[in-house]
Write a protein that binds this ligand. Structure first.
Ligand SMILES: [Zn+2]
Ligand SMILES: [Zn+2]
Length: 305
């Protein structure tokens, strides 16, 4: 008996990173090629991850070779990394009232969709844009129309790709500072393109919603359900906040070290109505290991792990 146990011990594979019943991951660097992000995410203990497929603040997309994509898919299958989430470049503004900028944004966004399809991503996250130069309602209409127009002829449903509209902190002219605005864009696109929402906890807090007190969080989730629908929220960006509620300042902080606090994340991660979603940290890396520590912090909050 003792001998049998010894044999089992010796042949036991190296313990894989601890996984939970939830999909938890991190925004991960694609330095050296997108396929490297999959390896990095696995080593951070993620079972889902987010990347950029273009430089976040430049127009030039990353070069994607067929071999890179194949390697990315092989690693993701081997490491059970799903879904893959891609975040659109920050320059894209599909609500722009300048025709030249709108055309440039639409071309760039089509490229984002093409790369997301090539990488077999499940979700492409998009900020709804800025309505500077017109009004909010026109901005919402323009964004929805531009998403539909720039994806024409691309079969997102066949590729299993859904575009997610992210809520924002609602500063100045930025669209998406309320759940109603996110819901309106989704409503306008239903039937045309597969769409859903990405809710960022830091943006929600900065936009003025109470997600800190127990009752406030309950009410905010009810409100989100009544507008966007909790089943349509496919990704939660899990970020603590440096700034106060209602400040409109988008300043991400490490989980549990900001104005939100870790109890909010415990509630979100254990709410069965949200169990289908991916939870992704976009927390700052101030010292080496912060990315792993934030993923670990989220994983520890899931009950029974
Ligand atoms: Zn974002
Ligand atoms: Zn975010």
């Amino acid at each position: 008996m003792a001998r049998e146990q010894d044999i089992l011990k010796r042949s036991a594979p190296k313990r894989p990173p601890r996984l939970t019943s939830r999909r938890i991951g991190s925004h991960t660097s694609s330095a050296g090629g997108v396929q490297n992000a999959a390896e990095r995410a696995y080593r951070l203990g993620c079972n889902t991850f987010q990347i950029f497929s273009s430089s976040p603040r430049q127009w030039a997309p990353y070069e994607l070779g067929e071999l890179q994509c194949a390697e990315m898919n092989r690693l993701r299958a081997g490491y059970d990394l799903k879904p893959l989430v891609i975040h659109t470049n920050y320059l894209v503004n599909l609500a722009s009232s300048s025709e030249t900028f709108l055309q440039k944004s639409m071309k760039a966004f089509r490229g984002e969709v093409e790369r997301a399809l090539a990488l077999c991503a499940g979700y492409l996250v998009l900020h709804p844009g800025s309505f500077r130069g017109s009004d909010r309602e026109q901005g919402l209409v323009r964004t929805a129309a531009a998403i539909a127009a720039s994806t024409q002829g691309l079969d997102l449903a066949k590729g299993g790709l859904t575009i997610l509209i992210e809520n924002t902190a609602g500063a100045e002219f930025s669209l998406g500072g309320s759940f109603e605005q996110v819901a309106e864009i989704l409503e306008r696109l239903r039937g045309a393109v597969p769409v859903g929402a990405c809710i960022d906890t830091c943006h929600t807090h900065a936009a003025g919603y109470d997600i800190v007190s127990e009752e406030g969080l309950y009410v905010t989730l009810q409100h989100l359900d009544a507008t966007v629908g909790l089943n349509h929220v496919k990704v939660w960006h899990c970020n603590d906040a440096k700034a106060a509620r209602g400040s409109k300042l988008d300043r991400h902080q490490q989980i549990g070290k900001g104005m939100i606090g870790k109890e909010t994340f415990r509630v979100l991660l254990n709410d069965l109505r949200l169990a289908h979603a991916a939870f992704i940290a976009e927390t700052p890396i101030e010292k080496p290991g912060d990315d792993r520590r934030n993923v670990d912090a989220l994983k520890k909050l899931v009950a029974g792990t």
